[in-house]
Design a protein around this ligand. Structure first.
Ligand SMILES: Cc1cc2nc3c(=O)[nH]c(=O)nc-3n(C[C@H](O)[C@H](O)[C@H](O)COP(=O)(O)OP(=O)(O)OC[C@H]3O[C@@H](n4cnc5c(N)ncnc54)[C@H](O)[C@@H]3O)c2cc1C
Length: 667
């Protein structure tokens, strides 16, 4: 009879045990866990602290008793394995409560020991108000500290996904929070412009962000940074990464791999054929470039646990490797990554390129549309998707999963262009952001629409003696925030002025999202301009990159960050657009475009009531039914409809101001 012994009882271990039982009704299966709990939801810990999950017991998916009842697996908690004797096929254990020693035998051993948070050697790191979060006990300690000591300020050291989830949790508990990150931006795993989206959200919620700096000392009520700053901190959370738990395996003489994890083959077999391993402790192959990597995430741990169990029974299941798909939600903002970033792909010697699009997550006319961003990394010649990132308030996860699937299936962008994605007005658009990203990538590959990523701009500008930068957005957007030194020529006026543009000087174009920039580029190419390049993602990407990483050769006006608070999602800054200095208007000017369009720039002192809201009777317009109201939108179409709506509501003096260009010339 097989004796399957599993060390570690959480993600990989519990999955392996359950799978082992399904594969063999009569094998002896034993799971040894050093801690007091098995199968708990470590990914859910920050949400309990935040108050999103109201009961601790919801985080415990199985107790030793229920697990035994359901799977007939003998579970020993508080049981630390201290030695593996490979010759005798035995492990020795110590009961952490009683100190009692024990021995367990195996025919096949599965190691699922995970990792532990890295503890930095900072003076003060061992103090009582300094925490890390990995287990339920860690969570309880933090929760008790919050309840009993009522700290007002916190510093989170490390701006990775656990750190940022904890930032949100602590803000929700009423603390003023600062995050300290050694790298250039928070979420270092993301491209700077994707991280910029998260950075803005953190700032909107009042989180202090300190990048490219490290904590040098933790005091009772503050932390000191290596840039000589001091930040108030009644509590500190350390979240600077995870180290695989390898001592036991090392002592047993098992091979460690080049990425610093336990070495396993594609059957998840260690250098001892009777010992398998899964989860955070192993290193595996990256599915896109075949490089050895450690990807300490729950999804891979679960899948590996399953496969390890199958192969422990003599199965031949090959683990294909991981793509490293990970996603984070910080307050309302979601961003994620999969596969390789542009930098990683190029570092791996792949001739890679990238594009980014920003598009509504569902039709713009259906209420609640939000911008979703898709950044695609692809092989320049074959178009095969190598990775990608997405960001948005809604719909980012759906697109990320499509990119992950494309990476795994090695799909070229041309295939994605032709996929029918789920569409109805409240769900998507007939041309999904994924289709659009694929079109843009194809256009770049073919040379039809050359573009450049925000991250490449500094190098591009450095390589050119002279560049004309053209902002083709409308005047309001341009006045609100621009790349300094850019010439302003709205798209609508480009054709009429095209002869005035030098043909032999490289031209860099940007609009709001890259879409109109493409149109402008085609106009200029048609007018025989020799080198025209569109900034992929336009002003949106420029803003995000600038806030996360900053440019060397570009001076950007930054858009103001509206304040947000828990439970209130309205950006107060967008109520009126007071940035443009023009003569005061007696009339009421109503911009009926979407909130996103309005935020990118609007007529001076206009108020924003999106057409959807106007149609559903929302929007305060006052009691005076004879007051002059001017409505406008982007082109004049929505405002014509808005004019009808307002007339039906009884307003007698409503003028259709038309599109933005018409408004500009009229008023
Ligand atoms: C706060 C938090 C949030 C997270 N959020 C996400 C997320 O949103 N998405 C995501 O994909 N991943 C997330 N993760 C990571 C994810 O939880 C891990 O990748 C996953 O749990 C790894 O599973 P594992 O089984 O390899 O290791 P673990 O879950 O760490 O389990 C290993 C177990 O082995 C036990 N053990 C170790 N040594 C011994 C020994 N000698 N004897 C007996 N037992 C031993 C340990 O006590 C531990 O309980 C999060 C992790 C944390 C802590």
């Amino acid at each position: 009879m097989e004796k399957i012994l599993i060390i570690g009882g959480v993600a990989a271990g519990a999955t392996a045990a359950a799978k082992a039982r399904r594969l063999s009704p009569d094998a002896q299966i034993t799971m040894l866990e050093a801690g007091p709990d098995i199968s708990f939801a470590n990914c859910g810990l920050p949400y309990y602290i935040a108050g999103d999950i109201d009961s601790r017991s919801k985080l415990i998916l199985q107790s030793p008793e229920s697990f035994n009842e359901q799977y007939q697996v003998e579970v020993h908690t508080n049981t630390q394995v201290s030695k593996i004797d490979r010759e005798k096929k035995q492990v020795q254990t110590i009961d952490s409560q009683t100190g009692a020693k024990n021995t367990f035998e195996y025919t096949k051993l599965i190691l699922a020991q995970g990792g532990k948070p890295i503890q930095p050697e900072i003076p003060g790191a061992n103090a009582d108000h300094v925490f890390s979060l990995w287990t339920l006990e860690d969570m309880d300690k933090i929760d008790n500290h919050l309840k009993n000591n009522e700290p007002k300020t916190a510093v989170v050291v490390g701006g990775g996904f656990i750190g940022l989830e904890m930032v949100e949790a602590l803000v929700k508990r009423g603390l003023k929070v600062h995050v300290v990150e050694k790298m250039q931006h928070v979420m270092a795993i993301l491209e700077a412009e994707t991280a910029g989206f998260i950075t803005r959200e953190l700032r909107a919620f009042g989180v202090g962000i300190h990048t490219e700096t490290a904590v040098t000392k933790i005091n009772a009520d503050s932390v000191e940074l290596d840039n000589a700053k001091k930040i108030n901190a009644d509590m500190v959370l350390l979240s600077i990464g995870v180290r695989p738990t390898l001592q036991l395996a090392k002592d047993a003489g098992l091979a460690i791999g080049e990425a610093g994890g336990l070495l396993v083959n594609d059957k998840l077999q260690t250098s001892d054929p009777n010992i398998f391993a899964a989860g955070d402790m192993v290193e595996i192959e990256h599915r896109v470039n075949g490089k050895k990597v450690r990807i300490p995430l729950a999804g891979p741990a679960n899948r590996q646990g399953r496969i390890a169990a199958e192969n422990a029974f003599g199965g031949e299941h090959s683990y294909k490797g991981a793509i490293g798909t990970s996603v984070v939600r910080v307050f309302d903002a979601v961003a994620g990554t999969t596969g390789l970033s542009l930098k990683q792909a190029r570092a791996a010697g792949i001739d890679a390129d990238a594009i980014v699009v920003h598009k509504e997550h569902h039709t713009s006319y259906y209420p609640g549309a939000e911008t979703v961003s898709v950044l695609l990394v692809f092989d320049k010649k074959t178009g095969v998707v190598l990775g990608g990132q997405t960001a948005g308030y809604k719909g980012a996860d759906k697109r990320l999963d499509v990119v992950a699937t494309a990476c795994a299936a090695k799909l070229p962008v041309s295939e994605i262009a032709d996929i029918d994605f789920a569409y109805s007005p409240p769900i998507g658009t007939a041309n999904d952001a994924m289709n659009m990203a694929a079109y843009v990538a194809e256009n770049k590959m073919s040379g039809y629409s050359p573009s450049i990523m925000a991250s490449e701009l500094d190098d591009y500008l450095e390589s050119k003696q002279q560049v004309i930068v053209l902002d083709v957005r409308d005047v309001f957007a341009h006045q609100k925030s621009k790349m300094n030194g850019a010439y302003h020529l709205p798209l609508e006026m480009l054709q009429a002025n095209v002869e005035r543009i030098p043909k032999d000087i490289p031209i860099l174009i940007y609009d709001e999202t890259g879409k109109k920039g493409h149109q402008a580029l085609r106009t200029l190419v048609g007018a025989d301009c020799q080198e025209v390049v569109n900034i992929s993602g336009g002003h949106t990407s420029l803003q995000r990159y600038a806030i996360a990483a900053g440019f060397k050769h570009i001076d950007m006006d930054m858009l103001p960050i509206g304040k947000k608070s828990i439970g209130e999602k309205v950006l107060e800054e967008t109520e009126t657009n007071k940035n443009v200095d023009t003569a005061e208007l007696k009339k009421l000017v109503v911009d009926v475009r979407t909130r996103g369009e309005f935020m990118s720039g609007a007529f001076p002192d206009a108020i924003n009531i999106p057409l959807d809201d106007l149609m559903s009777g929302n929007g305060e317009l006052g009691e005076d039914m004879n007051r002059e109201i001017v409505v406008y939108c982007a082109t004049g179409a929505r405002s014509a409809y808005a004019q009808q709506v307002l007339r039906q509501r009884g307003f007698s003096n409503v003028v259709n101001g038309g599109g933005i260009s018409a408004m500009m010339s009229r008023y």
